[in-house]
Design a protein around this ligand. Structure first.
Ligand code: PLP
Length: 270
């Protein structure tokens, strides 16, 4: 279908006042990729580029009301989930996405920040496994999240098989946390390893890289790319946002999701 409307991607996630991670990262990423981001806030956090100080969950009924307001008004092309904070919210989100089985769902199964500060009030592994992963087109755990979601598995390949067996179609396990000279991102589908995407390891740590990747996957899928291609493009885009990342606070670098834009190349002004 040819249209001049940007595809709408509905993101469920938490706020981050630095705009490094969470729904602000989703907005920046999706706008940068020519999508319209619709945002359903699941939690409000107080955090900076060094860590999470505090957070509070939004009542599940209000999560549902936000999502229904968008879905009754706009044609949504993809769903993406990030910080879900508690199992009642996972359940609320599942009840929404299950009403729209034709809309692809991308799950970033985040439960802690890069500094390992909790972003959920309770372990969400069971709720994610039972309520969201069976319905997901793509789940994007880092290797620590993959091990956590598949505790019985002894290798990353086995973790991926376990996650695929729950019903999600594609599993992308990112390798930033692993002690390899380059970053190896593994894509699985159809009970096998489809591809390994290898990237130069960048020198810093970054706040909001996982949110950027999952949103970029959702954006590329919303534009109609087939999943392996969408995921390859999203990884490439995300690596570039990190490559152009800047240290705007006193902690981690922030990805530059608009690195390619007219004011994007600010390297020479630093
Ligand atoms: N804060 C919010 C609201 C998030 O959604 C996320 C990740 O999804 C984070 C913080 C963590 O970001 P990072 O893992 O880059 O520290």
């Amino acid at each position: 279908m040819v249209t001049d409307q940007p595809p709408v991607v509905l993101c469920f996630g938490g706020t981050d006042p630095t705009a490094g991670a969470g729904v602000a990262a989703d907005v920046l990423t999706l706008a940068s990729l020519g999508c319209h981001p619709a945002i359903v806030v699941t939690a409000v956090t107080a955090q900076d580029t060094s860590g999470v100080k505090q957070y509070s969950a939004v009542p599940p009924e209000l999560v549902i009301a936000q999502a229904r307001a968008v879905l009754e008004d706009m044609a949504v092309t993809a769903f993406k989930t990030g910080m879900l904070c508690n199992s009642a919210i996972v359940s609320a989100v599942a009840s929404i996405v299950d009403d729209y089985p034709q809309i692809p769902l991308i799950v970033d199964p985040v439960q802690a920040s890069g500094h390992n500060d909790p972003l959920s009030e309770e372990p969400l592994d069971d709720a994610l496994r039972v309520l969201l992963l069976p319905r997901a087109l793509l789940v994007t755990p880092n290797s620590e999240e993959a091990r956590r979601l598949a505790p019985g598995a002894d290798t990353l390949d086995a973790c991926a098989q376990e996650l695929l067996s729950l019903g999600c179609e594609y599993v992308l396990i990112t390798g930033t946390h692993d002690p390899t000279p380059q970053v190896l991102n593994r894509l699985y589908a159809n009970k096998r390893l489809l591809d390994v995407f290898t990237f130069e390891r960048l020198p810093h740590t970054y706040h909001g890289s996982g949110c950027t990747l999952a949103s970029a996957c959702a954006g590329a899928l919303a534009h109609g790319l087939d999943p392996p291609n969408a995921i390859a493009q999203a990884l490439h885009y995300t690596w570039n946002t990190l490559k152009h990342g800047r240290r705007l606070g006193m902690g981690q670098h922030l990805p530059d999701r608009l690195y390619w834009g007219p004011m994007g190349d600010r390297q020479s002004n630093q």
